[in-house]
Design a protein around this ligand. Sequence first.
Ligand SMILES: Cc1cc2nc3c(=O)[nH]c(=O)nc-3n(C[C@H](O)[C@H](O)[C@H](O)COP(=O)(O)OP(=O)(O)OC[C@H]3O[C@@H](n4cnc5c(N)ncnc54)[C@H](O)[C@@H]3O)c2cc1C
Length: 439
Amino acid sequence: MEIMPVHMEPTRSGWYAALGDRSDALSLASDITCDYLVVGGGWMGVHAARRLGELAPEARVVLVDAGRIGDGAAGRCAGFAIDLAHNPRNKHFAEDRQGNEEEYHVNTEGIAYMRASVEELGVSCEWDPSGKYHAAATDRGRRCLEDMSNALTQIGKSHRWVARDEIQSITGSGHYHSAIHTPGTVLLQPAQYLTGLAALLPENVEIYEKTPVTGIEQLPQHHVCQTPSGQIRTRNILLCNAAYLTKCGFFPHTAIPVYTYASMTRVLSQEELKVVGARGPFGVIPAESFGTTMRLTADRRLFLRNVYSYGRGFQSRQSDVDHARKHHQVAFDRRYPELSSIGYEHTWGGLLTLSHNGGMVFGELADRVYGAAFCNGTGVARGAAFGKALAELALGQTSRTIDILNNRPKPTYGMPEWLTEIGVRATTAYRFFRAGKET
Ligand SMILES: Cc1cc2nc3c(=O)[nH]c(=O)nc-3n(C[C@H](O)[C@H](O)[C@H](O)COP(=O)(O)OP(=O)(O)OC[C@H]3O[C@@H](n4cnc5c(N)ncnc54)[C@H](O)[C@@H]3O)c2cc1C
């Protein structure tokens, strides 16, 4: 079966650009045979490849990505590895005690596996386990924080209220007037982590970048995957290619392709930092879900994320990025009017794979074809856990995480795509407007 071509984004991720010049990609240029082929080098794929390499050292494991590892959606994210990724701002969040415990179990396993990359393999990525702030700039935002605090109390998760002076001194911005701090989230430089881990994968893992799988033929002995310059015969396939999994014959028409966008400044000078008075690296999640996510990075860059848009055909255009950049400048000026003239060095978008029902893909989808996908907006810790567990499943292992993921609801086909598009466009526009100064 032929697979839809993977869209290459019009602009580079600022995180990826910050790594400096990269060596040329090694692409597949001949026919090969392997035991395991992992398709997609995002959070799921690199961790699946790592786990296969660790647990099956005699096997030949191949990881391919259509683009560069670190410059896909994974390396375009805000770099929050979140322990409780379910949305505590949701009204019914606290009612699902079992769901929350399971989510927490999966995500903390993902974070622990990532921590091991840092501590045992030596991956550098500005690993910062200082947690995250949920900050409000409006009365409405404050009410969202109160709901969130109640939900966290009900499920027994620790958090702390942060007063106006403190959040203003942490962020160096007079914009915020209250916040909640939750421990357990880790901040990192996502592109640095992904490229660093790719370079330190076990020796039996080979990587080919700029190598899209363009066709898959499922056969009794070896499946055959086509790439532009070589064929891969493989006993097992692990599909870790996010929304594109739904173009490989599984769960068709279930992915809602939503883009979100980020911008990053150049490195700030010490004098500029003194103007804003920020104490050091931090990560802020908006009190309102359509507000602005913000970070001050370890290398002193300001990062902002907001704006969602429908990505018809899983694509964003330069005009979408330009539109987001204008909103990012407004958000920047609200927070740091003194630094307004600095502008941004990079603006980029990345594809989120959402489902109508919050369902996710995990498991053996066909004979020796395994798949994990659907981050539903938060795929760093989840992705690491899903990838690790998928490799273990392919090797016949069992675990609590595998049980949890096997029992999760699968994505369902909701509405025709044209109707979904209208719905997403209307909802994102309205909620962005309603978020007001939280953006
Ligand atoms: C701006 C932004 C901020 C975000 N912030 C956060 C955050 O702070 N925390 C968080 O948890 N999540 C965040 N996310 C979401 C997060 O980035 C995703 O959830 C995550 O990247 C999903 O990981 P994945 O491995 O499932 O898929 P992806 O990262 O999308 O990786 C899939 C890979 O498969 C490759 N691929 C697809 N088809 C093929 C093919 N046919 N052949 C070869 N390769 C193929 C693609 O090139 C891609 O690299 C953010 C996203 C964006 C865009």
